[in-house]
Design a protein around this ligand. Sequence first.
Ligand code: AHG
Ligand code: MN
Ligand code: MN
Ligand code: MN
Length: 312
Amino acid sequence: MPLSQPGSTKFQVNLRRHLRNQDISDNLVHLICEIAEASKYVINAVRTGDLGVAGTSNLYGEEQLALDVLSDRIIKKRLIHSGVVCNIASEEMDEIFQAQADADGLYSVAYDPLDGSSLVDVNLAVGTIVSIYEGCNLLQKGRNQVAAMYILYGPRVSMVYSVGKGVHEFTMNHLMEYTLSRENVVMKPEGDIYSPGGLRNKYHAGTEKFVRYLEEKGAKLRYSGGFVPDINQVIMKGKGIFMYPALNGSPNGKLRLLFELNPMAFLIENAGGAATDGKTPILDLDPQSLDQRAPIYIGCKNDVAKAMEFIA
Ligand code: AHG
Ligand code: MN
Ligand code: MN
Ligand code: MN
């Protein structure tokens, strides 16, 4: 049984009320509110925490920053104590952590505790990305997610979530409570922003041609190097495309399927957009391992379709 009775806590009442209207389980409402509450401690860590390295590396062999490890610990602890989580996987943990064994009524969570952590020392926006499945299996197609969300630590702190019934944005108020700021966000069919990740001189010919096409039609280049603000801009302006493509030497690009691509693809599709690895919708990719990466083209439906024409 959940340690803390779902709904027994009184925090994040606005978010809880909105979630309850989405016809989802009390446990899922409770879980999303717990993640929202945990973000308050991540904000504090980002604003005041140590900017140095942790002296360890993650399952991708990347050097971890102290903030990666601290943010991961904050979120993991909150998930365990929520009492509604079976398995946990994180970009910063080497393997899956089992919080509880029984699957019924429980959820499993894959998350990137602090995406863009290397941007904190130059004070650029960063975020937390979360993907939620029913039961205990985390290696399943992204289309099976029951919820996905990100929290963007920018000039304002916003949380964008979907449980498959629209995409909704909450913004943190002076009491550190999330209040509804945008409901049922819908993207335009195409737009004039492009966010090209990865080194341009490593682009495949088709990708290079696509970028030249965008430049010729006067699209605006918007790239911060933070996946969460870069995606948030495309979703909230409702126009454009983000890409971190296959590169010469890195056929799967850089971004991680479980912790970054699946949750963002779930959100974008629920906002009327599209997300593909260049051939297959991201949500239909069958994860074989925790550390799987994939190329991504994500944003407005027509822009993603145009990209696929060029890179085919
Ligand atoms: P993380 O900080 O979780 O390791 O992810 C960083 C990612 C993502 O935020 C961004 O889209 C990408 O790295 C940027 O990569 P480049 O620095 O190669 O542009
Ligand atoms: Mn990341
Ligand atoms: Mn990360
Ligand atoms: Mn990292």
